[in-house]
Design a protein around this ligand. Structure first.
Ligand code: MF3
Ligand code: CO
Length: 294
């Protein structure tokens, strides 16, 4: 088989743990993957396909992740520092028997990423960064609960935001929705990024190329890498049970970014223009996808 993983006998229990016979469970899907692979398509290993138990675990993790973002949304506003947000996150996670997936991830030193205005992603919470009237800020939250990973982010408009900033935030959100609409089983992952990018380009904005979405669930960052500047009909095949994020970073100006040399993390637009990001996590289903975290 294309992924060198074991194939059960047709009357044996399916590899997914459903308890059903293989022939009544994943056999047809596996055969379709094998056929596509033989036709030269990029087909990812079945180890990325989430079982029903995995999806339940991811949903429990996602419930906490979204709870954190709701909690932040109820409190955020003028005068709040991004370190206040980091503290709220830690309090909420502790009360819900979960931990941040960000903290200590490849040495990342905080429990959440906060990105104000020209910060593209991986912004450090700080006592010195106090939200002011007119700011736009992304809060990117990732949770581990019972070993399962969830990840989503939202934009918040602080006080009276300029029309142009609001348009950036809304366009980015629309581009995520277009990406979600492009998810269909047995389609190409490149269709998703193409749909996202088309919305942003049409609005006169640019989609960051250096970062993308990712598989997620049993690990924080799994295959596939999800580009948001991809071409239709390219990339790996989306298969029911695959779980990944859609999380474009959209710049008002050019797509180029710089990484802060003093810490190796904080990403900003190279031209100082504003940047927005929304992130959702989903699972591919038989007829499209189901959102898990947003
Ligand atoms: N939450 C980010 C993502 O969407 C990853 C942040 S990693 C960190 O994939 F270390 F910066 F927190
Ligand atoms: Co992510």
């Amino acid at each position: 088989m294309f992924d060198n993983l074991p194939v059960p006998g047709r009357n044996d229990p399916c590899w997914c743990g459903s308890g059903r016979k293989y022939k009544k469970c994943h056999a047809a899907s596996d055969e379709r993957m094998e056929r596509l692979w033989l036709e030269g398509e990029q087909v990812l290993p079945r180890s990325l396909i989430k079982t029903a138990k995995d999806i339940d675990g991811i949903k429990a993790s996602a419930a906490v992740n979204m709870g954190v973002l709701d909690y932040v949304g109820e409190r955020i506003g003028v005068g709040v520092s991004t370190m206040d947000i980091n503290r709220w996150v830690e309090d909420y996670l502790a009360k819900h028997d979960a931990v941040s997936a960000d903290l200590n991830y490849e040495g990342y030193p905080y429990s959440v990423c906060t990105a104000i205005n020209d910060v593209v992603c991986h912004g450090f919470p700080s006592e010195d960064d106090v939200l002011a009237d007119g700011d736009i800020v992304n809060v990117d939250m990732s949770t581990i609960k019972d070993g399962y990973f969830s990840d989503s982010s939202r934009m918040f408009c602080i006080g009276e935001v300029s029309d142009e900033r609001r348009r950036l935030v809304e366009t980015c959100h629309e581009s995520v929705k277009a990406g979600i609409a492009a998810v269909r089983p047995w389609g190409h992952l490149g269709d998703v990024g193409a749909a996202v990018n088309a919305v942003n380009i049409a609005a006169g904005f640019s989609t960051v190329e250096d970062y993308g979405g990712h598989g997620i669930g049993c690990e924080f960052h799994e295959d596939p890498f999800v580009s948001f500047v991809s071409k239709e009909g390219t990339g790996p095949i989306m298969v029911p049970g695959m779980c990944f994020t859609i999380e474009p970073m959209v710049n008002a100006g050019k797509a180029d970014i710089t990484i802060d040399k003093s810490n190796g993390w904080i990403v900003r637009t190279a031209d100082g223009s504003d940047s927005a990001q929304w992130e959702v996590q989903l699972v591919v289903t038989e007829d499209g996808c189901e959102l898990l975290s947003w």
